[in-house]
Design a protein around this ligand. Structure first.
Ligand code: IFM
Length: 442
């Protein structure tokens, strides 16, 4: 069996990470433009103002997509580029850019898979409370509606939100924009984004788009207790609940677990949940977008964790080589959530810290670690498909090295190298490998 012939093979990116042109052609500031410009927030103070300059270099990116042979490209629309104030009047120049991207893809038989929200809230809305303000449910609904009206007849795949956990990191931990460290605000923000997701799904249904499908993208970093001790098992449960289950439960079951509600109540950080919120978050979707990179091994015993992370099966970046993460995640979706809709792996990949070395003989970046990781992942994915899991596509993160949020240009996830001085793109060994791999599966 193996991968079906009509499987979607793609690469994924996001607007703030690649576009640049942060203040051009009427674009409004995003929370990342503002956050990154504050001292100490990102690697070397880098900002998304130029990133990969894809706003001006999309033709070259399209050429790379064609040469890779992908049949789908996952990218996001920058909310402040099309609605500089977050609501109200559309910015036609911003809309023209996405028309060009979508038409370019369609003319080359590459299916556009559009994410509405990949972390770049208009600062104008943040000034009104951002995701911590319930009005975001309506703001997001309005933005989504406008995009469905404009592009719904030509874009067949949509996702509302990419990794809702990012708003929690931004409001509760401060590592991401907008940079608050307020646990209660973080919980409210992550609840509100899930309700906003459901509101966007309703806006999509209202358009009655015959050929379009909509889903959400959520990441799973399954915790694994290092030992069988009661303490480690309790830690595994607690971290699972606070991390991925917080999002999976409302979206797929329409509820939060008693465990998390009790914990947050005890901690005094429980969010306000209004009647109807959970029904909205649980609005039926057409597919599930699963981002899966790795598992996280946990233990109360920090020394044991240190010993574990110095063990054998690790990549050069010191992350564990555990490609079975995808198989585990698919099992959870089937066994614990009884998922009956198709799954797309909407992100997976790995990174180098700093520049990868060019092999002097071949003149190429030989990123064998990335090839090892992704090919291991494909083996587990193929096994799952052979066992009957309905997985219909895979998007590698990412097309090219880009603005990796707080880590700026220091974490390089691309299969294509970006020179951040010149914005020149150069294929790494993994790009050739990926091209050949996906072509061999057709
Ligand atoms: O770069 C990010 C992306 O924006 C969301 N998912 C994880 C990627 C790698 O960290």
């Amino acid at each position: 069996m193996g991968f079906p012939k009509d499987f979607l093979w793609g690469v994924a990116t996001s607007a703030a990470q690649i576009e640049g042109a942060a203040f051009d052609d009427g674009k409004g500031a995003s929370i990342w433009d503002v956050f990154a410009s504050k001292p100490g927030k990102t690697f070397n103070g880098e900002t998304p103002s130029r990133a990969c300059n894809s706003y001006y270099m999309f033709d070259e990116d399209l050429k790379n997509l064609k040469e890779l042979g992908v049949n789908s490209y996952r990218f996001s629309i920058s909310w402040p580029r099309v609605l500089p104030k977050g609501t109200g009047k559309l910015n036609e120049k911003g809309m023209d850019y996405y028309k060009r991207v979508i038409n370019g893809l369609l003319e080359n038989d590459i299916i556009p898979n559009v994410t509405l929200y990949h972390w770049d809230l208009p600062q104008a809305l943040e000034d009104k409370g951002g995701f911590a303000n319930r009005d975001v449910i309506e703001w997001f609904g309005e933005y989504a509606h406008k995009m469905f009206v404009a592009f719904g007849d030509v874009v067949p795949m949509w996702s509302t939100v990419n990794e809702p956990i990012a708003v929690y990191v931004g409001y509760a931990h401060g590592g991401f924009a907008p940079g608050y460290t307020d646990e209660k605000k973080g919980n409210q923000a992550r609840h509100n984004i899930l309700v906003a997701h459901g509101n966007a799904v309703r806006a999509f249904r209202a358009e009655n788009l015959k050929n379009g499908r909509i889903g959400i993208v959520i990441d799973m970093w399954k915790r694994h207790a290092l030992t069988d001790s009661e303490e480690d098992k309790a830690l595994e449960r607690d971290e699972d609940e606070r991390n991925w289950k917080f999002y999976f439960d409302p979206v797929l079951k329409g509820s939060y677990s008693d465990y998390i509600l009790t914990k947050l109540e005890e901690e005094g950080t429980l969010m306000d949940i209004k009647p109807g919120d959970l029904e909205m978050a649980n609005e039926p979707i057409d597919y599930f977008g699963l981002n899966v990179y790795n598992r996280v091994v946990v233990s109360k015993d920090q020394k044991a964790i240190m010993d574990f992370s110095q063990g054998g099966n690790f990549l050069n970046n010191r992350t564990e080589y555990y490609p079975k993460a995808v198989y585990d995640a698919l099992h959870i979706l089937k066994d614990k959530y009884n998922l009956r809709i198709p799954v797309y792996i909407t992100e997976n990949g790995t990174y180098s810290v700093g520049e990868e070395k060019v092999n002097e003989k071949t003149g190429m970046i030989e990123d064998d670690d990335r090839i090892r990781y992704v090919s291991g992942f494909f083996s587990w994915l193929e096994k799952a498909i052979d066992e009957g899991f309905d997985v219909r596509g895979y998007y590698l993160w990412t097309l090219m090295d880009n603005f990796e949020w707080s880590a700026g240009s220091n974490y390089r996830f691309g299969i294509i190298h970006t020179d951040f001085d010149t914005c020149e793109r150069t294929w790494k060994k993994s790009a050739y490998w990926f091209r050949d791999y996906i072509n061999s599966k057709r």
